[in-house]
Write a protein that binds this ligand. Structure first.
Ligand SMILES: [Fe+2]
Length: 134
């Protein structure tokens, strides 16, 4: 169910990345709530558009940090980002096309929460020791 509480374990200590992760959690939560509560197509479309471009912006920021840090796991990490981009675009298109739909909202909830939590805890935390804390 919505209300994705921020969890301290997910903090990387890199301010830009943590701020973006928190914003992503908030926006995904907003999208789920909008879908559960039957918000109109225009509002859903706006939330979906924001998320698609924000995920891109976030991945680019992380990839820049990894490149600057000459992180050896860069290629593997980018591969996981690219896989997620494809899956996420499909899921967001379904949200936009199907509109307010509580079954799809449950799907968004389950799939996105577990992906982000796993990705942050395993993949993102792995490059943190290489990166400058800004
Ligand atoms: Fe990442």
């Amino acid at each position: 169910m919505p209300k994705w509480e921020w969890d301290k374990r997910l903090e990387t200590g890199i301010e830009e990345i943590d701020d973006q992760h928190r914003e992503l959690f908030n926006r995904i939560d907003k999208l789920e709530l909008a879908m559960y509560s039957g918000k109109g197509a225009a509002e859903l479309k706006q939330l979906v558009q924001f998320l698609i471009s924000y995920v891109d912006e976030h991945f680019e920021a992380e990839e820049r940090v990894m490149l600057d840090a000459v992180y050896p796991g860069f290629a593997k990490h980018v591969h996981q980002h690219n896989e997620f981009r494809i899956f996420f675009d499909e899921l967001m298109n379904s949200c936009r096309d199907r509109g307010a739909d509580s079954y799809l909202a449950i799907d968004v909830d389950k799939k996105l929460r577990s992906w982000w939590e796993n990705h942050i805890l395993k993949m993102d935390m792995d490059f943190v020791p290489y990166a400058d804390k800004r």
